[in-house]
Design a protein around this ligand. Structure first.
Ligand code: BGC
Length: 389
């Protein structure tokens, strides 16, 4: 008896030691994913430690302490980790040193193209137009190296939100014209280089209020297909991501903007319809067409003056939690793409990255720089959550 007590004591002590590498729940053999299967059927989107830490900090700073129990639960929701700068690749390394269960898929957003966010200002990136070699060697190659070095870990990637959609609808803007070749070359390079057995990829396709317009479906799908084919039609591309950092409802009918004067020109009045319509166009164009949809902040509808308003929409609430039960054949999963509580852009009119969309009447103010935490906004998302936490 004495022996077993001391073993127990030792075991307790060992589990309390902070410096031990924690790998006990990780897979013990190589993960094999493929673009022909829905990874979210067998894997759970991982609740990463960065969002957990942001939420834990927010819980400490709540203006309304009665929200504490509910607020704490937000940190357990699976969400995507944004690798939005070369320096932030470190976040991936840090995350991989934590204890990620074998059946969890780590969601990452690849987001650092040269001339990023060409039609807006709020998320302009660190690489200038023309810095494609830095994108390849200092960003994509480095990430690919890390993913290769972790063959037992499953990864789901969202590829470059807004980039290819901007080339369809905002090509009249000089910045997008200048960015075009870098976006196409960069996304193709990302798809080719990150095409690894433990990875599935979803190329960003905007949302129904963007490429869902009748006239945009075909050029949008062809734009994605061109890049996918230039990458050699990589096997791990599963399809598209939609509504990333967006506000559209999944299946609201009639759709939120169905009464708008131009509604007749857009049949993709919700994301479900968008995935069906754009999915058909993708199939014709020769691009995989399964989808993941961001439901992180889409609980409340009727908030935007216009469909294209994207910045810190006032009155929004956390939406449906990540799940592969979507009821739609082409929709692999609802995911949390944008980490709710992080800003879409600053409302400071004197900031270099101030975009007038963040000054709209329907945009929450004050708001910090894109990606930074907005405590008051987080509390609003929580209070307006559907389902409630
Ligand atoms: C920002 C990124 C940030 C991401 C997630 C984007 O709008 O530009 O810096 O990581 O949102 O919050």
């Amino acid at each position: 008896m004495k022996t077993s007590t001391s073993i127990l004591a030792l075991a307790t002590l060992a589990s309390a030691l902070p410096s031990q590498p924690v790998t006990k729940r990780a897979c013990t053999s190589a993960v094999k994913l493929s673009g022909s299967e829905n990874v979210f059927k067998s894997y759970t989107l991982h609740a990463n430690s960065f969002y957990k830490a942001e939420v834990a900090e927010a819980v400490k700073n709540l203006s309304d302490k009665s929200l504490a129990t509910a607020a704490a639960k937000v940190g357990d929701v699976g969400s995507f980790l944004w690798l939005d700068t070369i320096a932030n690749i470190q976040k991936l390394k840090t995350e991989l040193a934590t204890d990620i269960p074998c059946k969890n898929v780590l969601g990452l957003v690849i987001y650092d193209l040269p001339g990023r966010d060409c039609a807006a200002k709020a998320s302009n990136g660190e690489l200038k137009v023309g810095e494609i070699n830095r994108y390849k060697t200092e960003y994509i190659d480095v990430i690919a190296g890390i993913l290769k070095a972790n063959p037992n870990q499953a990864f789901a990637l969202i590829i470059e939100p807004d980039s290819l959609p901007n080339l369809v609808t905002n090509i009249d803007e000089t910045a997008c014209q200048q960015s075009k070749s870098g976006y196409e070359e960069g996304v193709a390079y990302a798809l080719k280089t990150l095409n690894l057995p433990n990875v599935v990829m979803y190329v960003d396709a905007g949302h129904g209020g963007w490429l869902g317009w009748n006239d945009n479906l075909k050029p949008g799908a062809e734009g994605l297909a061109k890049v996918y084919k230039a990458a050699g039609s990589p096997s791990q591309v599963r399809g598209i991501s939609t509504n990333i950092a967006g506000w559209n409802a999944f299946d609201l009918s009639p759709g939120e903007f169905s009464k708008a004067s131009d509604a007749q020109y857009n049949k993709a009045q919700n994301e479900k319809l968008y995935v069906e319509l754009f999915g058909a166009a993708l199939q014709t164009a020769g691009h995989p067409n399964h989808a993941i949809i961001d439901t992180g902040r889409n609980a409340v509808t009727g908030l935007r003056e216009e469909w294209g308003h994207w910045c810190n929409v006032k009155g929004a609430g956390f939406g449906v939690r990540p799940t592969s039960t979507t009821g739609a054949e082409l929709v692999d999963a609802f995911v949390w793409g944008k980490p709710g509580g992080e800003s879409d852009g600053t409302s400071d009119t004197s900031a270099t990255r101030y975009d007038s969309f963040c000054g709209n009447n329907d945009a929450f103010k004050p708001s910090p720089e894109a990606g930074e935490w907005n405590q008051v906004y987080f509390e609003e998302l929580l209070k307006n959550a559907k389902p409630q936490f």
